[in-house]
Design a protein around this ligand. Structure first.
Ligand SMILES: Cc1cc2nc3c(=O)[nH]c(=O)nc-3n(C[C@H](O)[C@H](O)[C@H](O)COP(=O)(O)OP(=O)(O)OC[C@H]3O[C@@H](n4cnc5c(N)ncnc54)[C@H](O)[C@@H]3O)c2cc1C
Length: 457
């Protein structure tokens, strides 16, 4: 509980921008997936860095947990409040502050979403490429080190964040990084905060790298006789220097669901969905060379779309796939796996996961960003059936154990939150204790997003 004095002081500072309304609390305690609702005691909507600093300093004085909130799309209960406290929702700090076109940089407030930023950039010839499927906030994306379909070409949030402004757990405001493209000046604090899931401080401003909008874009789709054949094609294409902007895998089960529930026209087989960015000539050449490789691997029905409408239809379907899969089993919720393995082992990993899911009582279509070795099984469980949830967690744990054996990670892009915490020791060993030491050094009272990422006391 937040002490009455603290609520009084926050109310005096924020007026109606402090809420203790039931629906507001419930909304900020919910996760997209299977995690139980864990609401905070209050939610606030600050308007600038100075206000965030005063809020955090006040919470520090009273020992109140502080949880950052972007758009709440993180999948592992990251922004829930297992110990109550104050959720700081950044929806009123969503401005694009400065576009530095010549430096190919932009300064934004953390609540700005990737969609809003790209709309603002449309006339500049520049774009922000990281695309996690949901229209997430850039602050939240930095905090989960998000990536998605385009990481294979443009990289993840780790590669895009040039500098940050952060409010530390005692209310101090620091800046990490500069506008310069590189620096050898000391510890890389920007890299430390990216992926910290709000456990070290609240981000109040980001300086992000931008990229040129491609002159031409084309998309392609093809069906493969097996998962192995699809993955082998991806490996060969990468070795030959082809650089698609997206290479997405969908398995036969996903293809069947897209056909039945979203008007898809896929063969019931594993597919690759691709997008190429570049000049007209480069895009045509890459698409053709990829088509040749796919044909050698026995792929059929290679369709190549240069028209914007066709491309949009394909990628809209891919972006909606998570919700389409959920809707294919009404009333279900999902345990979403997110392992990432060296690409050479990906065929094995997916096939083993597929066999284990087939032998289980629950459905689990698989799709993923195969250019990076990252894939997701969407394990659909009946909300009211603990046996199904237990089966899904067993499957998920098995996939992670296998990924770790292969030299991979428990989470390629979704992050730790509550759902992946129990894998941290196995993945990092003694390095996890180092993360705990860093947390204690920056947040000795443990008020920032408690219960997440580091060993709990
Ligand atoms: C349909 C669907 C598809 C998805 N696909 C992908 C995908 O392909 N790739 C991918 O990477 N993710 C994916 N995600 C997950 C999600 O979109 C990402 O994790 C995203 O980065 C979360 O952003 P958000 O703004 O919703 O953050 P939130 O969920 O609000 O917060 C995420 C974390 O960041 C913290 N936080 C938020 N803002 C701040 C701040 N300003 N300062 C400090 N801490 C803060 C929160 O406390 C929390 O720990 C998907 C989600 C959905 C629903």
């Amino acid at each position: 509980m937040i002490p009455d004095d603290a609520i009084g002081a926050l109310g005096a500072m924020l007026g109606e921008r402090l809420s203790t309304g039931k629906s507001d609390l419930a909304l900020h305690g919910r996760s997209e997936t299977w995690h139980a609702e864990m609401p905070p005691d209050a939610v606030c909507y600050p308007r600038d860095t100075e206000e965030v600093s005063r809020i955090v300093a006040l919470c520090a004085r009273y020992g109140v947990p502080v949880i950052g909130w972007g758009t709440g799309t993180a999948l592992e209960g990251h922004a829930s409040a297992p110990r109550g406290g104050l959720t700081v929702d950044f929806r009123e700090m969503a401005a694009v502050l400065e576009v530095r076109a010549e430096d190919m940089l932009v300064r934004v407030q953390p609540g700005c979403t990737r969609g809003a930023l790209n709309t603002e950039l449309r006339a500049t010839g520049l774009m922000f490429p990281v695309d996690p499927g949901a229209d997430a906030s850039l602050g939240g994306m930095a905090m989960t080190r998000a990536s998605g379909t385009t990481a294979v070409r443009y990289g993840t949030m780790r590669d895009q964040v040039r500098a940050l402004e952060v409010v530390l757990p005692d209310g101090r405001v620091i800046r990490t990084g500069t506008l310069a493209a590189k620096s050898s000046a000391g510890y890389d604090l920007t890299g430390l905060f990216v992926g910290s899931e709000g456990t070290l401080g609240l981000v109040t401003e980001l300086t992000l790298k931008l990229h040129g909008q491609p002159e031409a874009v084309s998309a392609a789709v093809c069906a493969f006789p097996s998962t192995e054949a699809a993955i082998e094609t991806v490996i060969l294409a990468t070795q030959m220097g082809l650089r698609p902007a997206r290479i997405e895998f969908v398995d036969a089960a996903t293809a069947a669901i897209l056909n039945a529930h979203d008007g898809g026209r896929f063969e019931e087989a594993p597919h690759l969905l691709l997008e190429f960015h570049g000049s007209d000539a480069a895009v045509a050449e890459e698409a053709e060379r990829f088509g040749d490789l796919a044909a050698e691997a026995g792929a059929g029905g290679y369709r190549w779309a240069t028209q914007a409408e066709e491309r949009t239809a394909l990628w809209t379907m891919r972006h909606r796939a998570y919700h389409t899969i959920l809707a294919s089993r009404p009333g279900s919720t999902a345990v979403v796996t997110d392992v990432c393995v060296p690409i050479s082992r990906m065929g094995d990993a997916i096939e083993r996961a597929r066999a284990e899911i087939a032998a289980s009582p629950i459905p689990g279509p698989i799709l993923g960003h195969v250019g990076d070795g990252n894939y997701h099984a969407i394990l659909l469980v009946d909300r009211g059936d603990p046996a199904e949830l237990a089966a899904a967690k067993r499957l998920s744990d098995g996939m992670v154990a296998h990924a770790l054996e292969l030299g991979g990670t428990a989470t390629g892009e979704h992050g730790v939150g509550l759902g992946k915490l129990h894998f941290m020791e196995r993945e990092h060993g003694a390095a996890w204790d180092v993360m705990g030491a860093i947390k204690r050094a920056i947040d000795p009272e443990g008020i920032m997003n408690p219960g997440k990422l580091v060993r709990q006391n």
